[in-house]
Write a protein that binds this ligand. Structure first.
Ligand code: NAP
Length: 249
């Protein structure tokens, strides 16, 4: 069955792969990113593959922008019943060097963004009596040096997910979280740059610690999102799936 999906932070990386996958699954996809121009490649890839997508520019941490973006999706694609809260940023620093801006920026995009998007979309899910919410957590939720802000936000995403599952379950809406390990994207590329390591070496070093002996790819996460968003996953809710090539980060 064709649904309307919104994937945030879908201009690149995991969000782009997830948007392409949901479109391949037959859904109409709103590709949402900070700047609509950043969505062009993802929208074109979906259209080239025969799917339906629109580009939507919005900052997920801005309540009025979120309301306007969701209304645009309703008007252009129909009421959204699938939501993937994927938009994310890093502001890594050891605690003693972490600024209040580092803390607030990460909380705002991940947690406030997922809250605002979920609040706006749930109205349409409840009205439809069906919905799927997928939140991007991280293995960093278990604790990670230099990521006091990010690990707190990603642990928060798990609590948010479980509460959404409890509140929305009676309306046919499931909420689940995916906690990726090391995935090859611009985000991990930026981390390598920040610590002054070549990206290939960084990926190779990460792969040595991963039981399946490779780094993850955005499509690994998109596949998990596709399952959680499927019709047949209706009895799976409030779960956190670690997609990390092994039991630990
Ligand atoms: P990425 O390549 O850095 O992409 C993040 C996307 O989010 C970008 O398109 C970015 O837009 C968008 N974004 C940032 N702030 C936004 C905002 N306020 N409103 C709307 N969009 C915003 O990251 P990624 O590696 O694909 O990560 C995707 C998600 O997976 C994140 O939540 C991340 O924390 C999580 N994750 C990633 C990894 C990994 O190893 N890569 C591991 C665990 C979890 P711009 O292009 O405009 O900046």
């Amino acid at each position: 069955m064709t649904r309307t999906a919104i994937v945030t932070g879908a201009g690149r990386g995991i969000g782009a792969a997830t948007a392409r996958r949901l479109a391949a699954d037959g859904h109409a996809v709103a590709v949402l990113d900070l700047d609509a121009a950043h969505c062009a490649d993802t929208v074109a890839a979906i259209a080239d593959a025969g799917g339906t997508a629109i580009a939507v520019g919005a900052d997920v941490s801005d309540a009025s922008a979120v309301e306007a973006a969701v209304q645009r999706v309703v008007d252009e694609l129909g009421a959204p019943t699938i939501l993937v809260n994927n938009a994310g940023i890093l502001r890594d620093n050891l605690l003693f060097k972490m600024t209040e801006d580092d803390w607030d920026a990460v909380m705002n995009v991940h947690l406030r963004g997922a809250f605002l998007m979920s609040r706006a979309v749930q109205a349409h899910q409840v009205a439809a009596g069906w919905g799927r919410i997928v939140n991007l957590s991280s293995t960093s939720a278990l604790g990670n040096r230099g990521q006091a802000n990010y690990s707190a936000a990603k642990a928060g995403m798990q609590g948010l997910t479980k509460t959404l599952a409890i509140e929305l379950g009676r309306y046919g809406v499931t909420a689940n979280a995916i906690a990726p390990g090391f995935i090859v994207t611009d985000m991990t590329r930026a981390t390598a740059e920040r610590i002054g390591v070549g990206f290939d070496d960084f990926v190779a070093h990460a792969a040595k610690e991963i039981p399946v002996a490779r780094a993850g790819q955005p499509d690994d996460i998109a596949a998990a999102a596709s399952f959680f968003c499927s019709e047949e996953a209706g009895f799976v809710s409030g779960q956190v799936l670690y997609v990390a090539g092994g039991p630990r980060a």
